[in-house]
Write a protein that binds this ligand. Sequence first.
Ligand code: SF4
Length: 128
Amino acid sequence: MTREFTCIVCPNGCRIAVEYEIPAAAGASAPVIRSISGNLCPRGIEYVTQELTDPRRTIATSVLVEGGELPLASVRLTAPIPRDRIFDAMAVIRTLTVQAPVTAGTILVHDLLGLGTDVLVTRDVPAR
Ligand code: SF4
């Protein structure tokens, strides 16, 4: 199989082409990379390997603030989570409402969905 990726590890954004196989052995699911090209550094190989075996994404969004100078406070995850859990994570984050004042660095949810990541406030919102 062949796939192309755009590496997002650094601003170079290398277009990386990879040929790989999924082993036929029972229970095997980790792809075996046969060739890789287009990466300017080894981190591109790590990125593609992660994408093929366990793709992860992070979330940067906002939550509602009650009684604040702004209606929303920006938040992000402290670590990426499996891509197929993004919708579950967003469903939880959408339910969050915080009371002003809100301070950057505050953890709103610890170990979100048991995924080993927290929901972190990234912007202060003073009270009205
Ligand atoms: S392969 Fe290396 S140089 Fe290219 S985008 Fe990825 S990290 Fe940057």
